[in-house]
Design a protein around this ligand. Sequence first.
Ligand SMILES: Cc1cc2nc3c(=O)[nH]c(=O)nc-3n(C[C@H](O)[C@H](O)[C@H](O)COP(=O)(O)OP(=O)(O)OC[C@H]3O[C@@H](n4cnc5c(N)ncnc54)[C@H](O)[C@@H]3O)c2cc1C
Ligand code: SF4
Ligand code: SF4
Length: 929
Amino acid sequence: MAAVTGYPYPDPPDEEKWSVCIHCGMCLDACPTYQVEKLEHQSPRGRVHLIKAAGEGRIALDEGLYDPVFQCLDCRACETACPSGVQVGSLIEAARGQLYQAMPPRGWKGMVGRLFLRHIFPHPKRLHFLGKLLRFYQRSGLQAAARKLGLLSLLPGHLRGMEAALPEIPESPSRKRLPKVSPARGERKYRVALLTGCVMDVVYGGVNEATVRVLTRNGCEVVIPEGQRCCGALQVHAGDRETAKKLARQNIDAFLEAGVDRVIVNAAGCGSAMQEYGELLAGDPEYREKAARFAAMVQDVSAFLDEIGYEPPSGRVEGTVTYHEACHLAHGQRVRQQPRKLLKSVPGLTLVEMPDAARCCGSAGVYNLTHPDMAGRLLEKKVDDIPEGVDYVAMGNPGCMLQIAMGIRKRGGRERVVHTVELLDEAYRREEAPEEEAAAVAEAPAGAVSEVRDEGLIEELIRLLGKDAVLFKKEDLLAYECDAYTLEKALPRAVVFPRNTEETAAVVRLLNRRKIPFIPRGAGTGLSGGATPRGGEVIISLARMNRLLSVDLPNRRAVIQPGYINLHLTQAVADQGYYYAPDPSSQQACTIGGNVGENAGGAHCLKYGVTTNHVLGLKVVLPDGEVTELGGLPDTPGYDLVGLFVGSEGTMGIVTEITVRLMKQPEGVRTVLALFDRVEDASEAVSDIIAAGILPAALEMMDALAIEAVEKGTFPVGYPEGVEAVLLVDVDGVEAGLEEQIRRIVEVCRKHRVREVRPAASEEERARWWANRKTAFGAVGTLSPDYLVQDGVIPRSRLPEVLARIAEIGKEKGVRIANVFHAGDGNLHPLILFDSRVPGETERAVQAGSAILKVCVDAGGSITGEHGVGLEKREEMKYLWTEEELEVQHAVREVFNPEDLCNPGKMLPRPARCAEVKRHSKDSASQQK
Ligand SMILES: Cc1cc2nc3c(=O)[nH]c(=O)nc-3n(C[C@H](O)[C@H](O)[C@H](O)COP(=O)(O)OP(=O)(O)OC[C@H]3O[C@@H](n4cnc5c(N)ncnc54)[C@H](O)[C@@H]3O)c2cc1C
Ligand code: SF4
Ligand code: SF4
């Protein structure tokens, strides 16, 4: 069969949605499948990249797209993390719809899937019959016999686990037990309808009953519409959009006919799916409007109770509870605090937070059946995270309840899995019957197309590292064709994932023998193309070398592998009062190995210095495979090779271990926000703050266009209209001196006509201001499908004139430029917005970038402060260095990398003999004016 290219079927993924993705990588660490596998094509960014590639006809609708798209849990954790608001879930679901038609499910798995999705779930009577069979199996002695005879060992492992964790199935489904209309207790304030669901109805009917009791207790008349059906979520997840649409139409008719104020749902996945009916039926002229109206009425029970101001219970439920956030509640519906509020309001109950509570448990619809291996690994992590000694694990989704009960049972744990609303219900019931046992609360028991391949090489790599550590198919390589700088792209020959120094050295020796160039890569968040192939290199990904090897607090240092994520280090030592100072805005995603490659900086580097000031020693695999150590303690005399290596952009070897300095947390931190009506006033205030002898920990600035982006992004602050510049200033140190520093900063800002200036009122407000600033790059996706970020440095005192010149360049080149930058150290980040689909715009954006760098050099600055040179700025190196100076730099590199196999073509222009030579000196700068 000929391969299908493009998206030929109805309901294709929306180009407008994928074009919002600016490839920044801020979503990487939020994605459970990426966390486990560290594979780019199993990350949100990689998946969006592949969906886009398929839309452009660059890859076919076949296995290469199928696997990443269906390995996705559709958990939406990436959507919460994405500053641009990319709707990854919607793209995934639409792509699944296309794949479902291009490659209809075959074999016994396909048959079983179709049987359940089309012929059982949509028909309540058949589903209820299935429930009866299960109950018969549990109660007739068949279950006991099957267990005794060991017959269950014939089932696949995951089904076996489910069989064991299944609670006792009630005699009849909740739909049959519940009255069609349950009157409100007391005055009727609302009329609501309840979705009884499929799994909830048959397996966890008690949750539906508890929901009805809690709602009626709070003044609701509750209707159970007769004609309601399965919500269609499972069908959408599987790609069977036509069946899902049919179900959606039936539900819309049934619920709208009931004449209710709200449609209440207690299953997160169902709620999320029903809130998206408007989108699902957007192409249906008859239902479009009704679907949107209906979707707006759908609400999770906890959010509804919170909104109407439910009555806190007075009955006690003694014990401790932890809360697991079901993905479709936390990320799909953004309902996060309300269930916690409900739990906290139960007298006697103490909420203990679970780490990473919103990470998927692996249930994800039928994911645990279709992808048992990944689901099992996620479940293990989830069960590991349950705080020791808690009595209850509460959540808001039946799939999660079953999955987590299974994990707890496997561990032999005693925690009881409950729906949040069950605990609230229990507390209400105890108002009336306080002697009732807590045991009654929970029903659940504890419970290839390969274009670039080199057979011999791939086999050898597999022999060295194992099959799961080598990628070579085009569709897997595609996600590695660039880093976060997307203007240049090329396919690598392969991507490999060594696990330690020895494996890295073995791979490098092999590649060196074969004279095949290679590129070290961390998380690929680099903004200058440092980890981007030029074509045919082997990428050595350090992403799986992500362990914290040791922490030595008395001597304030830690040793880590290069793939360790920057933010994780601070998180690991924060409890003991320490932190790792370099804090790039990408710190939630980028690796410390990549930080070493680029000598990364960050907002707080103004006071504490950049990566090189915090690296004490390195273990390195040189380009011929030799392993060596640089630096370390005690500090020894001789050349500073660590200093040379940090910032060498992977052109001198591969770092495999890093010893870093840890810092003691300052006694106090204060943050000031200043809003200006004129950029010039803000710029002058920056210079004057430093001139006043204050050294802030951070001094950041955003202009009007950057403010527009962050306000449209995922973390808005709510800046007032017309603000032209924002300054965000952190001061830290000994408590006693902080108020005085704040007073002086406020004074300087007032001198420069600030519109509003004030310190953060709480830690929460401070965190909100910083989340807004730190996601500014990513948020420009809300303004433009493409952006190019520049990284010039200038003397602080020249900020006003350089910013004015940047605005002129934008006008000359016909591109919009947003500025968001580390103002305190004069490190500018003009974000040049463009649309690569418009002919000529990319070229104009690149020209604008180069012109800006020239202005920075002319002002006595540099072409990079922290993002490196990479592929992008090699030519601009000529603004700074003479031909001879560039030759010297080549000579230094050749000492380490004589055959130019390690990240060739990066950082230095070649040939070095260039036509235009500009010296970084006052004289030549003035000559150029
Ligand atoms: C939204 C956003 C915000 C950002 N904010 C900042 C910021 O505030 N400050 C800042 O400095 N940067 C920032 N960056 C840029 C980027 O995150 C940093 O350059 C970061 O250091 C790259 O780390 P990485 O793990 O993604 O490395 P990669 O992009 O994978 O690699 C970067 C370079 O390091 C080399 N390299 C990677 N690992 C190794 C290794 N083990 N040994 C030797 N060389 C290696 C690569 O070959 C490449 O040249 C931002 C990027 C984005 C997308
Ligand atoms: S929906 Fe979940 S699994 Fe899928 S890409 Fe996003 S974070 Fe990853
Ligand atoms: S814009 Fe950035 S965070 Fe959002 S999906 Fe794309 S790569 Fe991920």
